[in-house]
Ligand binder design. Structure first.
Ligand code: ADP
Ligand code: ASP
Ligand code: MG
Length: 449
């Protein structure tokens, strides 16, 4: 059971979590928590400030964060546990001071700072559960999630994580106790703290669920499952009861923040269903993601979008009738460890979309050896997803007719059976999603002639 930031944002939210865990006790849950809402942003901003030579000011910036945890503890914990928890906050402050002081010379330090949000939350929830009749113990997630050393976006070492997670959690579960861990954080085999990338607590939960052979991975958040679109953009969005693993992966990857893109991978590997549930409305059914797909008559299941995308194009007459060009191109992106989302090619040009702009200068330099590179920034990818959709005539026509006055570049129809993906200007993405949602979900569908 993974609880996201808004689900643990204050004492009242944690109370709801405690009740949900208590209700699920018969299924032997393991609890994974995020930091309280918005805390990770503040921690990372403090690390950045410390890196600009102001570790003292950075620590002062964190006092309101520490106060949120202390305050929630005062409301939630019995006196003895409360005193112990305040000591935990005091030692977190001391660790933060030391970690902030070494940010400028140690690339691993920001992860140690960021990890405090999840660590304090796990300690709080573990301390609060026993008073509700739930035996619980905090387990340091860094003993379980083993990763490589890519700080800020570490990759888990799966076999090591499986072994360490089982060793740390199985004996505890066997005694009827509920392990409580922080998501998002891990450690290298040498024990150096790492993080899995923003939104990574979902991924922690699925890694742990997979290691333990869980019967289900539950992602508890602030909406009732995966919706037909982000409800903040399309307020009429509604819950999708069932998604296939492939549909959920596409949606997560192309911007449906409700699920971290990598969450589905361990679940697929072990065939474990994932449920997305609302901690404010625990009785809602939410969404079930599982291997089997469900081809519904509607065929379009959801619309996702991702801003901050850039399109890199390379034009070269050397491509004409030549082979090996795409490989050379691919090698440039590989060298800069940059993920490419969409690709479209013609005889003399290739366009690719990327959402990591930090590596673009180096990529453009290398691409100049292959042809003439150009970049368009400020774009957004829109992804319309639905198993079976591609076999249904008229869907692409309906999509592009709906947004006919919005310029579309880079359309990808070919790669997967289950999505139609394209790029628009960032400034029009929300409007496009809203209009598509209205056309595809809020009106009776007439056959396209
Ligand atoms: P948590 O802190 O629980 O991990 P997130 O903020 O990461 O929560 O994800 C939940 C948010 O994802 C929702 O509040 C919603 O605005 C956003 N979201 C984007 N696309 C979707 C979608 N298709 N379905 C549901 N939520 C979505
Ligand atoms: N707290 C982390 C973040 O804000 C991880 C998560 O919430 O999943 O990115
Ligand atoms: Mg999240």
């Amino acid at each position: 059971m993974k609880f996201g930031g808004t689900s643990v944002e204050d004492a009242a939210a944690v109370e709801r979590v405690l009740a949900i865990v208590q209700a699920g006790l018969a299924r032997h849950p393991v609890v994974v928590v995020s930091a309280m809402a918005r805390v990770t942003d503040v921690l990372l901003a403090a690390a950045a400030r410390a890196g600009q030579d102001d570790p003292i000011g950075a620590l002062a910036d964190l006092e309101p964060v520490l106060a949120r945890y202390s305050d929630a503890a005062r409301r939630l914990l019995p006196p003895a546990e409360g005193t112990r928890y305040q000591a935990t906050v005091t030692s977190a402050r001391a660790e933060l001071a030391a970690d902030l002081a070494r940010v400028a010379r140690d690339p691993a330090a920001p992860d140690a700072v960021a990890a405090q949000g999840e660590r304090l939350c796990a300690a709080l929830v573990a301390a609060a559960l026993p008073a509700r009749g739930v035996p619980a113990r905090e387990i340091d997630a860094r003993r379980c999630i083993r990763t490589d050393t890519r700080h800020g976006k570490a990759e888990p070492l799966i076999p090591e994580t499986d072994v360490a997670t089982r060793a740390a959690l199985e004996p505890l579960i066997a005694t009827g106790s509920v392990p409580v861990l922080g998501g998002y954080i891990g450690a290298t085999p040498e024990g150096v703290t790492t993080t899995l990338g923003r939104g990574g607590s979902d991924y922690s939960a699925s890694l742990i669920g997979a290691a333990l052979g869980a019967s289900e991975i539950q992602i508890w958040t602030d909406v009732s499952g995966v919706l037909t679109a982000d409800p903040k953009v399309a307020p009429a969005a509604r819950t999708i009861p069932k998604l296939s693993f492939a549909e959920a992966s596409e949606l997560a990857y192309f911007g449906a923040r409700v699920l971290h893109p990598k969450t589905i991978l361990p679940a697929i590997r072990h065939g474990i269903p994932v449920r997305i549930l609302n901690s404010r409305a625990p009785e809602d059914e939410g969404t079930r993601v599982a291997a089997e797909s469900e081809v519904v008559p509607h065929t379009v299941k959801a619309i996702a979008f991702k801003s901050g995308v850039s399109i890199v194009s390379v034009t070269s007459t050397r491509m004409l009738g030549a082979y090996g060009f795409l490989r050379a191109l691919g090698e440039v992106f590989e060298r800069h460890r940059t993920v490419v989302d969409l690709v479209a090619t013609s005889e003399v040009s290739v366009s690719l979309s990327v959402d990591d702009t930090s590596t673009l200068p180096g990529i453009l330099r290398d691409l100049a050896a292959l042809g003439e590179p150009t970049v368009e920034t400020g774009r957004a990818i829109i992804c319309v997803v639905g198993e079976g959709m591609r076999g249904t005539p008229g869907i692409a026509a309906r999509i592009f007719a709906t947004i006919r006055d919005i310029n579309v570049s880079l359309i990808s129809l070919g790669a997967s059976r289950i999505n139609i993906t394209f790029v628009v200007e960032e400034s029009r993405a929300a409007e496009a999603v809203r209009r598509l949602h209205a056309a595809l979900f809020e009106m009776a569908l007439e056959p396209v002639s």
